[in-house]
Ligand binder design. Sequence first.
Ligand code: GLN
Length: 541
Amino acid sequence: MTRFIFITGGVTSSLGKGLTAAALGALLQARGFKVRLRKLDPYLNVDPGTMSPYQHGEVYVTDDGAETDLDLGHYERFTGVPSRRGDNVTAGQIYSQVIARERRGDYLGATVQVIPHVTDAIKQFILSEIQDEDFVVCEIGGTVGDIEGLPFLEAIRQLGNEMGPERTLFVHLTLVPYLSSAGELKTKPTQHSVKELQGVGIKPDILVCRSERPIPLEARRKIALFCNVRPSAVIQALDVDTIYAVPRAYHEEGLDDEVCRHFGLERTTPDLSRWDWVTQRIRHPDGEVTIGVVGKYTTLIDCYKSLAEAMTHGGIANNVRVKVNWLDSEIFEDEGTIQHLEDVHGILVPGGFGERGAEGKIAAARFARERRIPYFGICFGMQMAVIEAARNLAGLPGAGSTEFGPCEDPVVGLLTEWTVGNRIERRNIDSDKGGTMRLGAYPCVLAPGSRARTIYGVPEISERHRHRYEVNINYREVLEAVGLRFSGLSPDGELPEIVELEAHPWFIGVQFHPELKSKPFDPHPLFTSFIEAAVTQSRLM
Ligand code: GLN
């Protein structure tokens, strides 16, 4: 029997619903249950793929090629369960589906309405593609009280009613702020938020209260009384030093116990030893390395969520702390600024779009190559490294990417045709922008004797993609002649997936996003190896 846990949030956004869902999933797993995590996003975009990273943060890509919310990254990192397209839905998808059905005539005779047509479509999504999971944890995006969230709340209310408390549970996340002028923690915002939730017919079973300071027992009792929950169901959620300490912290506060109690499940002790191991490694590293990330969205690190985590994982694997200097690539376009990179132990140029800052990234790749500093180029970072090698090693000063307009030597060009299984995908300059990139998992064959082959330890890999442009295979010979080896290719040999500089301690560019698959318990081999190279570099400096 599958049980459904719905997570809503109130008072403010950014309370960490995604992490709460991920940590609860991990705790249930640690008790031996099979879990799946899902996210319902009330905005009208069909997916976050067309939003600016500043609006939305990172776009997390699944193996089956969906562009999804970054919380799915937390879910996957915390539970190891690969997310699928069907684990994230937006109001945009729901409404498109309902309108398409209306046009097809599926509702002939009926007036199509939010209730029941939109809410039915939401319920269908929540219940779809479930096999033998014991728990489905469903996070509702946004904050209670948002207009666009109403159909989602109504849908979960109906499910609660239809399936009953033996199969559904409502967790509400709120904030208990500390008012320094009063010298007190305040419970009123929580009371109001619960009132709002009750106004749409949902009575929360568990309240998770985020707070900067410990919430005294008395305040918890007050919250319980005013919000109509058991005192033991008021869970305090204090800030922790690393996100991987969250499962342990929630367990200590009784969150998973309370869930088991609600469903009448035996309250065994979960095995959290691997979480304790990870937090221990993070808290007590043996040394530190500094990585300079030369990107574009460096003021909002949510844009690089998985990347930041993957670097932490690489640090865990090498038992060092990874300090990241987030650097705006545009600064490297001015004379004399590249020296800022002098004291980093590794340079990473992440994924990105558009011309702004591209020359700064090319300059960073050049600096890394010439100074023999470990360089890791991811997607755009690989493309910029190839342009740099073409210009400065292969003598093609007009080398560029057609993403920025026509150029003399298009070493990076628009991908117009590729194969997915036995189907051919075609695109041109006028294709729609939404959901049309090369997305999701693709196989890549590694060249024998290459560094990539050694790092992965296997001849063929599968990694996730999200890009429109591609390194032009026609330049392979010219570039290999100057030492930039094409060490990973698509199985048909047409698409360059990995390049590496042979005469360099560690210089690798990958067309895919390895950060999406890295986990604290299973750090990605490229990140492990890159951080190891940074450790070596730090000893030389
Ligand atoms: N803008 C580049 C492309 O579309 C790189 C994309 C990325 O880094 N994810 O190909």
